[in-house]
Ligand binder design. Sequence first.
Ligand SMILES: Cc1ncc(COP(=O)(O)O)c(C=O)c1O
Length: 386
Amino acid sequence: MNDFDYLSPNSVYLDAACQSLRPRPVVDALERYYFQHNSCGERVKYAWGIKTDELVEATRKKVLKFLKLKDKDYFTSFTLNTTYGINLLLNELNPAHIKKVYTSEIEHNSPFLATMSLADRLNIPRTVLKRKTDGTIIIGDENFRDSVVVVNCAANFDGRTLPNLKDVIKRVHKDGSIIIIDAAQAMAHHHEILEKTEADAICFSAHKMYAPSLGVIVARRDLIPKLHPSFIGGGMVDDVFEDRFLLTASGNKAHTYTIFEPGLQAWGEIIALGTAIDWLSARTKSDCQNLQAYTTELHEFLHNNPRINLVGETVSPTMSFYIDGINSHLIGNALAKDNIMARTGYFCVHYYLDKVLHLPPLIRFSLSYATRASDIDAIKKALAKI
Ligand SMILES: Cc1ncc(COP(=O)(O)O)c(C=O)c1O
């Protein structure tokens, strides 16, 4: 059965790096929550709420299982999106431990600006690490002592990953510091990069991994003592006095996740993320081969055209390029007329694409499990026309 059968044959969706199309079972799970057990999690005694609690708890477990992480070491919290998760973490790290902040040159504005803001607020130096064209971070003789490092493990303009992710984490930990991974672009098609990771925290967006709009923070339990929570509200405390409170996360291991979850959560969306993880885990060899084949075919087509300039050298479902002598935004408009939904501009990577590489605005195609052979034909035809 085609889980994207609602997509009309002549609509070509190439914006999965922003948000994936949602497969039917995910939308069905969301609908089941709203139609069958619409209720608040963690507070109610009636059956609908108990069902919600069970399914939310199951999603927390599924996230850890998907990443092959152990519940004794990590916990899963839900937020709004990757940007919110990174900002929340950086705002809540106890400043006593942070004397420097690092990010890398190929980051999305989400970590790039959040690290800038942290440096400003704490009046500490910020270093932008260089990365090779395959995504490797060049560490050199850097000393990460008393710092926090925030880097992605997959880029949103050409899908380059972070081949030395394990070494970077080891180095940061050897220097006694904290590393947060922006996994926004890794979870849909490269989640294996993060399996058994030892990073202190991973932030990602469920909407980029076939799930509803939602953010996720997966964090190490031993990060808790290094936090100074400042964003606090309902659902986070065990007891409250006139001028103090007892944080649930400090004493209740089963509810550590409440540390990042002030107030009511997006229960239905969390539950449907669990369904999206089941759905992703059920992708067959042939689903993966199809996505790989469409990626290779389109990449080769772009690569072989002498007027098309592809960014980077990675062959990934996410690819960006510009065409000599034609403004990318105009190309975006022309593609839109043929029902081809692609993105144009710098995709929130202004620093690297504009200031480091000095590239003109780009066009981005991001494929997914919803991509069909006919889509690739349509793109080729439309580009040939242009
Ligand atoms: C690598 C990367 N990091 C962070 C983000 C921010 O994600 P969100 O807008 O869901 O917070 C994106 C979004 O495209 C991204 O691609």
